[in-house]
Design a binder for this molecule. Structure first.
Ligand code: SF4
Length: 207
């Protein structure tokens, strides 16, 4: 698709085929979906929701490029990861590459969940980002809807942050697995001193 120079989505065209532009990554999270799992934060979101937990994810400029193969290998190399969660930013702007990643992980026995600021209806409409259905077809769970500050739940036992958001269980095997510890916060500290804080009222920080 041709894009104008002022189009905020233009940097998406700079992502080489087979690559993802990510903002962050952690292993062994227990607050971003069922059981213990990797989390991939995608770079880029148009919504600019007030009180977004992660405003550094808004820009579509290239942050960290990683191949789908390398990311699959990284996720699978930690045997405690039983699945992966895509968060953001908006994962669905990079749907084709995420679908390819999800296929590799599912073939290895992992489950796949994604957050999105879109509604499922929008993702299945003619206005959906490219490859949206391809990614939906790979998902076990989809949390849809943008965070709306005026509808904030502020309840640490809720799996979603605002009441418009829905937990859509796309694989019936996960019907009774919406039990992740959303009342906990995790702090992941890396060798270079950087930190990612995630979970209830979580946010991401650089050193
Ligand atoms: S959709 Fe999510 S990442 Fe995007 S602005 Fe809203 S809360 Fe932030």
């Amino acid at each position: 698709m041709e894009r104008k120079a002022t189009d905020p989505l233009l940097p998406l065209m700079e992502i080489p085929p087979g690559y993802l532009n990510i903002m962050g990554y952690i292993d062994e999270s227990e607050v971003n979906g069922p059981s213990c799992r990797a989390v991939v934060w995608l770079q880029g979101c148009l919504r600019k929701c007030p009180s977004c937990f992660n405003p550094d994810s808004w820009s579509f400029e290239i942050n960290q490029l990683i191949t789908v193969d390398a990311l699959a290998e990284k996720i699978l190399s930690n045997t405690r990861n039983t699945g992966v969660t895509f968060s953001g930013g908006e994962p669905f702007w990079q749907a084709p590459a995420l679908a390819a990643l999800a296929r590799k992980l599912k073939a290895a026995g992992l489950n796949v969940m994604s957050f999105t600021g879109f509604t499922l209806q929008r993702l299945q409409s003619e206005y959906a980002p490219v490859g949206a259905q391809e990614l939906i077809d790979q998902l076990d769970i989809l949390i849809d809807g943008a965070f709306v500050e005026s509808l904030a739940i502020n309840d640490p036992t809720s799996p979603v942050s605002s009441s418009n958001q829905r937990v859509l269980v796309l694989n019936p095997e996960f019907q009774d697995k919406i039990t992740w510890a959303s009342d906990q916060t995790e702090i992941h500290i890396f060798k270079d001193g950087s930190r990612i804080v995630t979970g209830y009222r979580g946010w991401m920080e650089q050193p």
